[in-house]
Design a binder for this molecule. Structure first.
Ligand SMILES: [Zn+2]
Length: 287
């Protein structure tokens, strides 16, 4: 059964660790992440962007697949199925489809409109027992074709949105999606600290977890980050393992072309990446 992310994140914030959100793209991704979470006895959040939802033929397909897979694999750790960077319409579609957690990304709206739309979704999610993530200050990099510059959120705006009753808050602190450029300035811990001081117990979310140095991740967790999103890193490890298999000519040996064989090294590589992250975030054994 899928659960809201509320309880796992409250526990994470209080226990000073973070729960990983790992984005899924297909069956192999989902299976790899679920099996690793179960093996490590860690809570987990499966993220689905609107683009990935479309790729998998729609949010209903995704919800049905994840729900059935949790059951078929005998997964007992808490699993939340979460819309990542949802539009207002996408949020409503996922609520309908059976997701247990929603991110409404209204960061591109003026703050008043972000607040109004977030407020409406807070009411719907509360009634249905779903968790809701809001975003203040755009996060840089490219997400589904949208390129942001990466800015630091205004702590007062964070406080205003947190007070609407959202479950968790994503705030830009210099983080970006995808690979970090060589001249990246790093995370702004000053901003993060100011946001945490204003928002108190609110679990904070760090997007763009790929390639942030380990010491910065640990410091961010110590300053209130309780959810960290990882997407690109699983894609890179899947691609590298698949490339190696092909370059070694293994697809040409025997039945090496069988998709169950061809995709196996990539699936294993995702498991290794997820394990590494769960250990770094401190969520192992916290289910
Ligand atoms: Zn993000």
């Amino acid at each position: 059964m899928l659960v809201s992310a509320e309880e796992m994140l409250k526990k994470a914030k209080a226990g000073k660790y973070a729960v990983g959100q790992f984005n899924i793209n297909n069956l192999e991704w989902t299976k790899s992440i679920l099996l690793t979470a179960q093996e490590l006895n860690s809570p987990v959040i499966l993220g689905v962007s609107e683009g990935a939802g479309k790729y998998m033929t729609g949010f209903k397909t995704v919800a049905a697949m994840v729900d059935a897979m949790v059951d078929s694999l005998g997964i007992t750790v808490p699993v939340a199925l979460h819309l990542d960077h949802g539009s207002y319409e996408g949020a409503k579609a996922c609520i309908e489809a059976g997701f247990s957690s929603i991110m409404f990304d209204g960061s591109h709206y003026p703050i008043e409109e972000n607040v109004a739309k977030t407020k409406e979704l807070v009411a719907i999610c509360k009634e249905k027992g779903l968790s809701l993530e809001a975003e203040v200050g755009s996060i840089g990099g490219e997400e589904d074709g949208v390129i942001g510059a990466g800015e630091c959120a205004d702590p007062d705006e964070c406080k205003a949105v947190a007070d609407l009753g959202v479950t968790m808050l994503a705030a830009g602190i210099g983080n970006i999606h995808g690979k970090y450029p060589d001249n990246w300035a790093g995370l702004s811990f000053e901003t993060l600290d100011a946001i945490q001081q204003k928002t108190g117990d609110m679990p904070l979310v760090l997007h763009g977890g790929t390639g942030i140095p380990e010491d910065m991740i640990k410091k961010a967790i110590s300053l209130g980050v309780a959810k960290i999103n990882v997407n690109t890193e699983c894609q890179l490890s899947f691609a590298a393992a698949t490339r190696k298999y092909i370059e070694e000519g293994k697809d040409l040996q025997g039945k090496g072309f069988d998709p169950r064989k061809l995709l196996a090294p990539g699936a294993e590589a995702i498991r290794a990446t997820v394990k590494e992250k769960m250990e770094l975030f401190g969520s192992v054994g916290k289910a």
